[in-house]
Structure formats: structure tokens, C-alpha cells
Design a protein around this ligand. Structure first.
Ligand SMILES: [Zn+2]
Length: 469
């Protein structure tokens, strides 16, 4: 028990559920029988106590106005009831009361273009370090991500399956992860991090370092694409990510190139659709975007170099745009001069992509695509606030909550967290932030989560509570 208490005090804010979960894990360890049934906490199971937020004004993820003073009851992992009238509970109810005192309750934030495994390591470290080291870095970053109020991320490439499992099993605090697994690319494409000395590749031969760790997979025919896509689905990918054109961070792909052929893209789309889910492609240029759409891709990542006709096509076909407010070269600070030149080209397209998204009413989602920098990750909330160059604070916050959740729901039966995300309403999953101030008036509040997010809840569990008792 002593060891257990120590562990609990080390890991911060805890509930009964967590104590029980740890007891089970420790019990399993102590009898030397770490069977899956004990080690795997049931997904989405209910905490022991109910939690009542009293006197909060709600930003519900959809409306641009706050609610009147309300009370919100959390039972298990769900929002059970929202009421302007006081919620009266029985005398023997095991309820934790959180006095909101008029503060704002809002949905947890969602980042739909994240790389949980690639945020902290440098590119050199990825090529040369042990996978155990990456997992520990990623675990620490996952906890920081949750502490910034991002309760869900869609991982757009990287070996995040183990991290996701550990978070879901409550081994460590972190966001919900919608994993893509390895991003699939072509020889020389975005995500091929080999050196020229690694060529030529023998089909079926040894994998490159980044492939071995599941960061990306190289595929040069429809058959190879199908194989690699199915491997990600087998591991639990909630969507498949392909790189349809060149990218900033890769050494051998100019931005203007289109990589996969349409039959290759279609092979991935078929594999994903057979599995009930969809393909998202990394694509900056009109050609890469249009070819993706022709092949059945449902979501375009980036699109900073798209043109008017392509934007119109996306809107007509109901294709999602998952893009990022890149405003400077910070995203390429860990990279060389060639990559920084490519980043400059992308940054120059940022105004245009948001203008086109607005002009044609494209379904637009928010992500940050932070790579290789802990410092940049700390700007995750600030990047959301940056959206106010093109959107009102309410529009930006709606995008990062209910709209992003709508994109996540494209995973259909492969959705790892069935239930409603990104909204504060009865029956939704209880991912909530209590904000010290009104983010609809001052969106900069989300840029300083340590100070302004007083309570952070995910799946009905409190991970942070700095309100005075
Ligand atoms: Zn990315």
C-alpha cells in the first residue's frame, strides 16, 4: 500500500477509479500474473463518483454565445444532465462538487493533425535512437498535451498504437488518440527519410529505420499500398494517412511533386473503406489534392498551395480540409536551409488556404502538425488563437471542438471512442475544461492553459483541478 500511495502522489490529481486501477495493476504485478484481463482497464469505464459542476456558464462547442448560469452533472464518463435549476442529489450520493462561480465550462480541445511520437525527438534522434526512448518522450509529451486542454488528438503519422493503449489503460495521463499508424509514402516521397546510400531497395527486403519503428512505410505499387494500409488497420488505425505530394520535412521530395498514382491512392481507399473508415492525404498542390479526391480520399491535410478551382471542387464534393495556421518558419526550425525554403513557400500560402476555405465554405478542421520541438508544442493553444486572423474567436473554438469531432466521426465503426466528443450536452463524453475567463471574448486564454484552465477532465476523470477548496 505504501508503494501504491507513493505512486499516486507522484502522478498528481487522482480519483477513486485511478486508485482502483493502480491497485489492480499492482496486484497483478505482485502475484507475478500480469494477465491481459487485469492489465487492461476496461475502455470508457465509469469512475466511482459523480461530479457536479455548479454555477458555470457553458460554451457548448456549437453556439457562439455562453449559456445562462447552469449546473452540469457528470456520471461515469458521460455528461448526464445540464440544468439551469439546481441539481439536487440524494444525501448518500457520492458526489464531488466543483463550484464554478460563474466561470466558463467548455469542451476539451481537439487537434486533428498531431504526431504524438514525433513532437519531441529531433529528426537525428529518430534515425539513431532506441524506440524505448521515443516512447518515454512521447508519454511525457502526451501528459503535457492533455495539460494544455487537448483531450483528443488525431495522430497523422507515427507509431502511436502503444502510447494510445497505455493512455487508454490509464498507465499515464494523455489525450484520446485516433491513430493512423505509419504514414504511407512512395520512394523519395514525403516520409521517406532514407539516405541515398540506402538505395536501391529490394522489394520484400530489409526495411529502413523509420519503417522498422512504424513511422512511415514506403510503397510503390497498388499492391504494396494495400498491404501497408491493411497492416495499419490490423494494428488499430482509425484512419489511413498517405502522402500524395512533397513535404517540408523530407529530404528528397520537392513541394510541387505528386507522388502516388491514382490507382495507388485508390488501393488505400479501398482497403480503408472495406474496414469502414477513410483515407486522409498530405497534399499541398492542386494536382495532389485533385488526384486524391478522384481516388476517393475524404480529407486533405494542409492544402496551403491550392487554387480556386480545387477549393471549389473540395466544397462541391464535401471533402474535409484539415489545415494549420503556419505563420512563420518556427515549424522548420529544427531542419536545414532547403527545408526552411519549402516552409517559406507553405507559410506564404496560409492566408490563401483560409481565404479559400471561407470563400467556398469548405468543411475546415483545426490542427497544428507540430514536429521535433517541445517548445513549439507549448504553442499548441496559441496556434488555435492564431486562427482569429481569419475567424472570430467563437468560430475558432467551434472548429477546435465540435467541427473537429465531426471529422473524427468519419472513422465510423473504427472510431476508438464511440460517443459524442467536442460538445457540452447531455449524453456526450465528459471531456471538459473549466476556464478562468470567457474564451469567446478573449481567445488568448487558451494560449496559457497552465494559468487559465483550472479544471481539465477527460472521460469523466479529473486530471487537473487548481480551484481552491
Ligand atoms: Zn503532419
Amino acid at each position: 500500500m505504501k508503494l501504491q500511495r507513493k505512486l499516486i502522489s507522484l502522478t498528481g490529481a487522482m480519483t477513486h477509479k485511478r486508485t482502483l486501477g493502480l491497485s489492480l495493476v499492482l496486484a497483478a504485478l505482485s502475484i507475478g500474473a500480469c494477465q491481459p484481463s487485469l492489465a487492461q482497464a476496461p475502455r470508457g469505464s465509469a469512475p466511482a463518483a459523480s461530479i457536479l459542476f455548479q454555477d458555470v456558464r457553458i460554451f457548448d462547442g456549437k453556439s457562439s454565445a455562453l449559456s445562462a448560469a447552469s449546473n452540469v452533472l457528470i456520471s461515469g464518463n458521460l455528461i448526464e444532465r445540464i440544468s439551469a435549476a439546481p441539481i439536487i442529489l440524494g444525501g448518500n450520493a457520492n458526489v464531488q462538487i466543483i463550484a464554478g462561480k460563474g466561470r466558463v465550462l467548455m469542451p476539451g480541445l481537439i487537434d486533428v493533425h498531431w504526431h504524438a511520437m514525433l513532437v519531441r525527438p529531433t529528426p537525428a534522434a529518430i534515425l539513431s535512437s532506441d524506440i524505448g526512448y521515443f516512447n518515454l518522450l512521447a508519454g511525457a509529451e502526451a501528459t503535457s498535451t492533455l495539460m494544455r486542454g487537448f483531450t483528443t488528438v488525431r495522430d497523422m503519422g507515427g507509431p502511436s498504437f502503444g502510447l494510445k493503449r497505455a493512455i487508454d489503460e490509464e498507465v499515464l495521463p494523455g489525450p484520446r488518440i485516433y491513430p493512423s499508424g505509419a504514414m504511407i509514402t512512395v520512394t523519395g516521397g514525403h516520409g521517406d527519410f532514407r539516405q541515398l546510400s540506402d538505395l536501391p531497395r529490394t522489394v520484400g527486403g530489409m526495411l529502413s529505420r523509420v519503417e522498422q519503428i512504424g513511422g512511415s512505410m514506403i510503397a510503390d505499387s497498388p499492391d504494396e499500398v494495400r498491404l501497408r494500409a491493411r497492416e495499419q488497420l490490423m494494428q488499430g488505425a482509425s484512419q489511413i494517412k498517405l502522402t500524395a505530394g512533397g513535404g517540408v520535412a523530407s529530404p528528397f521530395s520537392p513541394l510541387d511533386v505528386s507522388t502516388f498514382t491514382e490507382p495507388e491512392l485508390r488501393a488505400a481507399v479501398e482497403a480503408a473503406e472495406n474496414w469502414g473508415t477513410y483515407v486522409a492525404t498530405h497534399a499541398y498542390t492542386p494536382v495532389a489534392i485533385q488526384r486524391s479526391i478522384a481516388a476517393g480520399v475524404k480529407c486533405i491535410e494542409h492544402a496551403h498551395l491550392m487554387d480556386d478551382a480545387t477549393a471549389r471542387l473540395m466544397a462541391e464534393k464535401g471533402i474535409w480540409l484539415s489545415t494549420q495556421p503556419f505563420l512563420d518558419l518556427a515549424g522548420a526550425s529544427a531542419l536545414g536551409p532547403d527545408e526552411q525554403a519549402k516552409m517559406r513557400e507553405v507559410v506564404a500560402g496560409t492566408d490563401r488556404v483560409y481565404a479559400l476555405a471561407r470563400k467556398y465554405g469548405i468543411k475546415t478542421a483545426f490542427g497544428t502538425d507540430v514536429l521535433f520541438s517541445k517548445a513549439l508544442a507549448e504553442r499548441q493553444g496559441a496556434m488555435l488563437a492564431d486562427l482569429t486572423r481569419w475567424y472570430t474567436p467563437a468560430e475558432a473554438l467551434i472548429m477546435a471542438t465540435s467541427t473537429n469531432a465531426e471529422l473524427l466521426s468519419l472513422s465510423g465503426p473504427r472510431n476508438p471512442y464511440p460517443g459524442k466528443l467536442g460538445v457540452v450536452e447531455a449524453g456526450a463524453l465528459a471531456d471538459l475544461l473549466l476556464v478562468d475567463g470567457n474564451p469567446l471574448e478573449n481567445i488568448r486564454l487558451v494560449a496559457d492553459p497552465e494559468r487559465n484552465f483550472l479544471v481539465i477532465m477527460k472521460n469523466g476523470r479529473i486530471y487537473k483541478n487548481t480551484l481552491p477548496n
